[in-house]
Design a binder for this molecule. Sequence first.
Ligand SMILES: Nc1ncnc2c1ncn2[C@@H]1O[C@H](COP(=O)(O)OP(=O)(O)OP(=O)(O)O)[C@@H](O)[C@H]1O
Ligand SMILES: [Mg+2]
Length: 379
Amino acid sequence: MSKIFKEGGENKFTPSYVPKKIPHREQQLDELIKIVKDGIDIDAYAIPILYGETGTGKTTTVIHLLVRIKEIYGERVEVKRINATTLSRTYMAVTALAKEIISVPSRGLSIEEILNRLYDRLDIQDVFYVFAIDDADELIRREKGRILELLTRIEENYDRRLMLPIIVVRNIKYIDALPGHITSKLGGPRIEFPNYDKNQLKDILRERVEEGLQEGAITQNAVECATFNVDKLFHGNARELLNNILKAGKIAEDEDAPKIYAEHVRNAIYKSYTSTLASGITVTKARDRSLRILWSLFKALQENPDYYYIDDKVIEKTYENYVSTFHLNDISMEDIPDILLDIAINETQNLISIDDGRLAAAHLPVSKVFNELTRHLFF
Ligand SMILES: Nc1ncnc2c1ncn2[C@@H]1O[C@H](COP(=O)(O)OP(=O)(O)OP(=O)(O)O)[C@@H](O)[C@H]1O
Ligand SMILES: [Mg+2]
């Protein structure tokens, strides 16, 4: 049995898993529920546009929304989400949406005809169709918003509003760049999905850890490390966070470690992204003294795979290493934090980072850095 993951817990960290709770998206969800309810109950609707960068919870929120709407209205609604990345032509997207309700011959119908048939069927069955067009950037960009034009026009042509579209994009600029006759009709609410910050990422992770990990199988420092990196390197993309913890968990498992430590998180980042983030270690530019202090620091950090913050204890050990290895008394222990701060600010490779005002070994695996520094210094 895994010490790290619960039975089937790995799945809770994969993109296809829909979490039970969505911290920091309750507001967007409530707003959307109200928008759709108003559309159905009092015929007040204008297409909402959800926007935000990748990994900000748009799809997850929409999935929750559609489930809730189905719960509320039962047989009176049909709900559907399509992903427009693979349906990036208006015709394909409309066909995919219509197929959920009517049979669409593979050829011979214009988009308008398909939409009319769809509408007629909804009308006869007295059913509302709530659908989300997810990842619609490309679809909107390629045909200059044709899909939006069609969807807003339907609302004008009939007296009953039976289709309630929801549009999801990463970049709202494509919408703003559309011709005026389309944008002028898009007066609906815009719902922003801001990037998550470190604390929000912690809340998201807390839920997931509870669902997927064994009790106590991740340390606080590992959490600090993962959320700091995702905030700084991946603009708060929650997908990267979950992926990182999944990988860190597997590394911990392979090592037969009892918990996920900060070093597992750093190793997971290193394994996944060194090529893209170019964080190979080259410290040749560092001045000799900086190099010696860095070496002494990483030697100290190496003693515990869960070290993250460079606190007083680590500083003390750093100083001891410095004195005992290099037999120098050119600095005192009190000088070390300032020197490290200077390195953190000026050195470009994130050997040391500043997390919320505190020095931290956040980015690269300590063992890798230590080996590299040793090579530079002694060979
Ligand atoms: N608030 C949240 N609570 C819990 N999990 C979240 C939250 N936001 C995002 N996630 C998780 O992060 C991952 C990415 O979320 P999601 O797919 O919803 O993002 P997205 O905004 O649709 O991204 P993209 O633009 O790339 O499609 C998913 O695994 C999802 O479960
Ligand atoms: Mg999405």
